[in-house]
Write a protein that binds this ligand. Structure first.
Ligand code: THU
Length: 145
């Protein structure tokens, strides 16, 4: 699967964002070793601080399928629901830590493809660059990294 295809999956997921408060839709698409894709969107809550990020939803769904160690790449998109949004969005700090759980368990420095809700701009990062000196399962004796 190409980065562009992963971004397309994340954009499809972003259409299901529950984001009436921020009106900022985010979608995430997690690529697994067998080529399958697990997606998530942000799920906000009237108690604002309880809101869930798209990447966290996607990783939690992946984990619930027993596939946390099988993640090979992630696509993330986001932008205002009311228009614009061509600037690539990268994962928030908390999501970087959540992604690191999958990265270390699988022994991979995950590529993270970032885009806006629309447009051709695509940024590629490695998790190790977004979250240097990460604390993770490897520090507790788990995983391959
Ligand atoms: N959001 C995500 O879903 N992922 C991120 O990495 C950054 C922020 C969501 C949370 C909230 O619903 C909205 O974007 C605005 O912050």
């Amino acid at each position: 699967m190409t980065p562009e295809e992963l971004i397309a999956a994340a954009r499809a997921a972003a259409r299901h964002a529950h984001a009436p408060y921020s009106r900022f839709a985010v979608g995430a698409a997690v690529l697994l070793t067998d080529g399958s894709v697990v997606t998530g969107a942000n799920v906000e809550n009237a108690s604002y601080g309880l809101s869930l990020c798209a990447e966290t939803v996607a990783i939690a769904t992946t984990a619930s399928q027993g596939r946390l160690a099988d993640v090979v790449a992630i696509g993330v998109v986001g932008g205002p629901m009311d228009g614009g949004g061509e600037t690539p969005v990268s994962p928030c700090g908390r999501c970087r830590q959540v992604l690191n759980e999958a990265a270390q368990l699988g022994g991979r420095d995950l590529p993270i493809y970032c885009a806006g809700l629309t447009g051709d701009a695509l940024a590629e990062h490695r998790l190790s660059a977004l979250l240097p000196h990460a604390f993770g399962p490897a520090d507790l004796g788990f995983g391959a990294v």
